[in-house]
Design a protein around this ligand. Structure first.
Ligand SMILES: [Mg+2]
Length: 265
């Protein structure tokens, strides 16, 4: 009788846990692992309407795709996918810290194995800040004028769920790094824009030098992550709107945000 009552109590406890967990899970659809040919890094995220994710050249959607991209945005699906990917990136990071840095509270860095400090990498453009309105103004075509408005004019609103994930990262004691394809000559403008948008507290802003301009984003960004890990960090998550933000290793996981506007190998 006692045993039966205990079993029933266990069952009810499990059921109530499930009842609490179920609505949250139901609101956040799962995201798949993205299969990128030739790519070993585990990248999770959403598929979008671009060419194959292993395409070797850059691509811009252009005016022919404008109606579909604007509909994607107007439906709320674009923003929803950003929320979902940021949610899973943050959850994975939190779970990793709990599993590998037990007892860590706010200062996970001191408690992690091998004395390595946990880190997270964030891309900037169409990850922390949005170029959508600028691209929409040109029929989804890249121009130097919109680049100037974005970089010098800081005409790029925050992407709120990713900025929230960035803040969660800091509050967990995980060190944030920014790795951007922007050239180092744009450092002052980029730093002042990030400050204006309230994106502060990053450990380092990694930018392309002139010598790195000919590298693919995959080669440049994976080498930058290698440097970070060689300096004693362990990168748990890398998040960006391109596969090239996470491809090539040196991160436990990559998280891919939607970007129906352009593709960077
Ligand atoms: Mg980007």
């Amino acid at each position: 009788m006692t045993r039966l009552r205990m079993a029933l109590a266990t069952l009810l406890a499990a059921a109530s846990t499930f009842a609490l967990a179920a609505p949250a899970t139901a609101q956040v659809p799962p995201i798949p692992r993205i299969d990128v040919p030739g790519q070993a890094t585990a990248i999770y995220g959403v598929r979008n309407t671009l060419p194959p994710l292993s395409a070797p050249t850059t691509y811009a959607a252009g005016p022919g795709m404008a109606a579909q991209i604007q509909a994607f945005r107007a439906s709320g699906a674009y923003q929803r996918e950003q929320r979902v990917v940021a949610f899973y990136a943050s959850r994975f990071q939190a779970q990793w810290i709990r599993r590998h840095c037990p007892g860590a509270k706010g200062h996970a860095a001191d408690r992690c194995p091998d004395g390595r400090r946990p880190a997270a990498v964030f891309d900037i453009d169409d990850t922390l800040v949005s170029w959508y309105a600028l691209y929409a103004s040109t029929g989804f075509t890249y121009t130097t004028a919109i680049a100037e408005q974005a970089i010098d004019g800081c005409a790029t609103p925050r992407i709120a769920p990713v900025v929230q994930f960035y803040r969660d990262t800091i509050s967990r004691g995980v060190t944030p790094f920014l790795i951007t394809g922007r050239n180092d000559s744009d450092r002052a403008a980029t730093e002042s824009c990030l400050a204006r948008l309230g994106i502060r507290g990053y450990h380092e802003l990694v930018m392309r030098t002139n010598a790195q301009e000919s590298l693919t984003a995959t080669a440049y960004k994976s080498a930058a992550r290698n440097d970070i890990e060689a300096a004693g960090y362990r990168i748990i998550t890398s998040i960006g709107d391109q596969v090239s933000d996470s491809a090539g290793g040196y991160t436990r996981r990559g998280y891919l945000l939607p970007n129906p506007m352009y593709f960077i190998p």
